[in-house]
Design a protein. Structure first.
Length: 234
């Protein structure tokens, strides 16, 4: 897989509004940021503009500017591949489309956006977080909470970036689907559709879509905005 550092460099900030915003602004200005890391984000976000909770220095917060995949027809492959990279480095699981889990709780999230045709992949990992807000404590964890010891945020960053370079080219499901499935926790999860129907996830299709069962047949969903985790199970 083409490293974001092949055509860009690492820049580290004490605090930014969002590493995704900084990376996109630099790209649009013709800059050369390859990885944007922040010790803290004042307004980090995930899918559907959900806020990413973090304490200064406790999380690995970075955005990878994947110039090597400019104008790639399916940028979601890049994000899914990076989810596998993070899961392998941290010995975690994955869940469609972009969650990384330990013991069923979210430890990391991957957010793929496109600017100037270039995929920018945000990676947020709860590294040394010791507590979470009450409303998410039942579904969030950190590497420290899961393993019982502190981690070096920068060492983890370097391990992930090294693993990116040795990961197969994410040209399609055939290139990394076997590695995703080894860690996949998607099958069996229940979701609520926008129409109020509860459906059960069956896995991931060969084109990266979510397969789910509805009315006795398999359906595909290509964007996570169409399904929501059942409230009682979130």
């Amino acid at each position: 897989m083409i490293s974001p550092l092949r055509n860009g460099h690492l820049v580290v900030f004490d605090e930014v509004h969002s590493t995704q915003n900084v990376a996109a602004a630099d790209l649009e200005a013709g800059g050369d940021y390859g990885v944007v890391q922040a010790r803290n984000q004042s307004n980090g976000r995930g899918r559907r503009d959900r806020q990413w909770h973090s304490n200064p220095g406790d999380c690995l917060l970075m955005s990878l500017v994947m110039r090597g995949y400019a104008n790639v027809p399916q940028p979601h492959w890049i994000g899914m591949a990076l989810a596998v990279v993070v899961a392998e480095v941290t010995d975690a699981k994955v869940a469609w489309p972009n969650d990384v889990l330990i013991d069923g709780k979210k430890v990391a999230g991957i957010l793929t956006e496109v600017a100037q045709g270039v995929p920018i992949v945000g990676v947020g990992i709860n590294v040394n977080t010791s507590a979470f807000p009450e409303d998410i404590a039942h579904r969030a964890t950190s590497l420290r909470m899961a393993t019982g010891h502190a981690w070096s945020v920068d060492d983890l960053r370097d391990r992930i970036l090294e693993a990116v370079e040795s990961f197969p080219e994410p040209t399609g499901w055939d290139s990394f689907g076997d590695r995703w499935m080894l860690r996949d926790t998607t099958p069996g999860k229940r979701f609520l559709t926008t129409e109020g129907q509860i459906v059960v996830a069956a896995g991931v299709a060969s084109d990266g879509a979510l397969l789910y069962e509805a009315d006795g047949r398999l359906e595909k969903l290509y964007t996570a905005d169409g399904l929501y985790r059942v409230p009682s199970e979130v």
